[in-house]
Design a protein around this ligand. Structure first.
Ligand SMILES: Cc1ncc(COP(=O)(O)O)c(C=O)c1O
Length: 407
């Protein structure tokens, strides 16, 4: 993979810093910035009027729905709800489902998700819902589908789980989990925030009912999208004014409307992947858009696995270092690598790394329940190194040299 070509799309990478806190927030793409500016300069007006710039603005926002629907393989643009953050979109979803599910229903949440996909569901307990917890296996540090099977019942209406953990890096078997959830008639809501920057999304293939991720961790601005199956969304009450119809999805879930310029900006994301395809696979002949995307993400996965393997191999040689997550396997793993060093305060390690102009991070990353369950809160959580495809082998080696001095 030609990392120089890839890095040329990210103006922020001109910096002297190495960015390895990408699960916190990634660098933004120039094609996304170009579209944001284009919107401001040529169609910065309110949607829905008859004059030409407004017609242009409306068309752009509508096109962004279609582009993102195609990007995640949704069946229809009405299934794409945009909003300021994953946390807010999940709250909007929970407020709708809380009114829709019968009282006394069960909801299952995990103990390893970011709190965004736990708290909004747990709060429904106050409205008479029964909340159960699907716990991370303490030995394998994985979510075991057999444990979920034991929790599911005919009363279960929803299971909220993470597609990839923002601490462990583990990718959970979403298709298998969704099938299990559907077998008892419940709905599946997956948090894809830690997955989306690394792999191709295919909501129809997975058959997931709701899927959410944040654009600021997927090479865009502080903005997010929620996918929901159309037949379910149409049945939900929505959060908008009384005169916004029940059939008006996604608008009924977007009170005050979306951020027009960021919606248009995100159409630069699939364009970027198409440019990567053209550059890396010039001899590929006629392929569909999904086939091109699959080839690009295949290449990205291979590169990321190489980076991840290099860092984990080093960490495993260091006495006292414990990787929190899958140590050896590169499959079913994104390059988010967390570790602790004996009982040492994780902050002290990260502060040393800061001096080398390498941005990593310590803490619980709002997956507080996991950090507490693992008994790591007292040492300030874990040290987390989170890489993406624009990181290089040289950068990993720079981090390894820095860590080698600190351990
Ligand atoms: C896995 C995961 N889910 C959800 C969120 C929340 O996303 P947002 O900041 O868009 O609300 C984060 C943010 O760190 C995250 O890492």
């Amino acid at each position: 993979m030609k990392t120089d070509f890839i890095r040329s799309f990210f103006p922020g990478l001109q910096s002297e810093w190495t960015f390895m806190d990408n699960a916190g927030g990634s660098q933004i793409l120039q094609p996304v910035l170009d579209r944001i500016l284009e919107f401001y300069l040529t169609s910065n007006v309110q949607l829905g009027a008859t004059y030409q710039p407004s017609v242009e603005a409306t068309g752009r926002v509508e096109r962004s729905q279609s582009v993102m629907a195609r990007y995640i393989n949704a069946a229809s643009p009405e299934e794409i709800i945009m909003g300021s953050s994953t946390s807010l979109l999940l709250r909007i979803l929970a407020s709708n489902l809380g009114k829709w599910f019968p009282r006394g229903s069960e909801i299952i949440v995990t103990d390893c998700d970011h709190e965004a996909n736990i708290g909004c569901w747990r709060e429904l307990e106050k409205s008479g819902f029964n909340i159960k917890t699907w716990k991370t296996d303490p030995v394998t540090l994985m979510l075991n589908p057999a444990d979920l099977e034991r929790l599911l019942s005919r009363q279960t209406r929803l299971v909220a789980f993470t597609h990839a953990s923002n601490i462990l890096g583990t990718v959970n078997p979403i298709r298998q989990i969704v099938k299990l959830i559907h077998s008892c008639g419940a709905l599946a809501c997956a948090d894809g925030v830690a997955y989306a920057p690394h792999r191709m999304i295919d909501v129809q293939d997975w058959n997931v009912d709701f899927y959410v991720f944040s654009f600021y961790k997927t090479y865009g601005p502080h903005y997010a999208m929620l996918y929901g199956k159309k037949d379910i969304l149409l049945g939900l009450p929505g959060n908008n004014h009384y005169f916004i119809g029940k059939d008006q999805s996604p608008y009924k879930f977007q009170p005050g409307n979306v951020n027009f310029e960021f919606s248009w900006g995100m159409t630069g994301l699939p364009d970027y992947f198409d440019q990567l395809f053209a550059h890396h696979f010039p001899e590929s002949g006629e392929l569909s858009g999904r086939e091109r995307l699959a080839k690009v993400f295949g290449m990205i996965q291979e590169h990321e696995n190489g980076l991840s393997h290099r860092l984990r191999t080093f960490l495993r040689t260091k006495p006292g270092v414990r990787i929190i997550g899958q140590e050896t396997a590169s499959e079913n793993r994104v390059p988010t690598i967390s570790f602790v060093v004996g009982q040492r305060d994780s902050e002290s390690i990260v502060r040393e790394v800061d001096k080398h102009k390498i941005g990593i991070r310590f803490g619980d990353f709002y997956a507080r329940r996991l950090i507490e369950a693992l008994g790591l809160a007292a040492q300030n959580g874990v040290v987390r190194v989170s890489m993406v495809h624009y990181n290089t082998v040289d950068e990993v080696d720079r981090l390894i040299r820095a860590l080698d001095n600190i351990f």
